[in-house]
Design a protein around this ligand. Sequence first.
Ligand code: PEP
Length: 246
Amino acid sequence: MARRKLVAGNWKMNGSRAALAELDAIAQAAAAAPGVDVAVAVPFTLIAPAADRAPALAIGAEDVHERDSGAHTGCVSAGMVKEAGASFTIVGHSERRADQGETSQDAWAKAAAAHRQGLNVILCCGETEAERNAGRAERVVQAQIEKSVPDNADGSWFTLAYEPRWAIGTGRTPTVDEIASIHAIARAKLRMLIGDAADGVRILYGGSVTGENAATLLAVENVDGALVGGASLTAAKFVPIIEAAS
Ligand code: PEP
């Protein structure tokens, strides 16, 4: 099944109002690549100004709380980020799993909350280096998918991102065969969980994607786009990835 490529940036805890100027050239590149969906997840404080500045881009959050409202000091709900102008959120990013102890069950609850509020979701999974070295990468990713993908997931709102933790921000990537193998396994697992809807779900690769390696990585079977951290912070680095996807 043909799936449109999605190139999504993740600014993490970076950026400022001044940095939003980068979105101008990113939006131009997105307009020049009508066959590619382009999205940028930014810190909560930048969602509203980013959405105002780049209305043609999908602007998203990097996380949401699993509850719609309540006594959760310091947290931000899916409805709040939607009202600020977000159309999607990332959930289950490995940095939140590592720093905040989030689990696959948390990612499931956050994905469900986001969908309830009308947000699209990019749900992350991926093994650690120790798990890969122990030959457990496939089982770890399968288990994460099983625990975190909502039953009603489909490609109209749900995207999976495979991000091996050891490849994030390190300049290292798996081989194309390793990526193809995990993406095929992820697709098969999705099919077991949600049936034919799995064919419409995009599976992104994330982890040290750059303008130099994007064309190779995006050509791998079942790789439907990229989730990009460091190289999404400037148009100079992000635009070549959008171009490689088109
Ligand atoms: C990420 O944080 O999702 C990511 C893939 O980061 P980087 O591209 O910097 O490896």
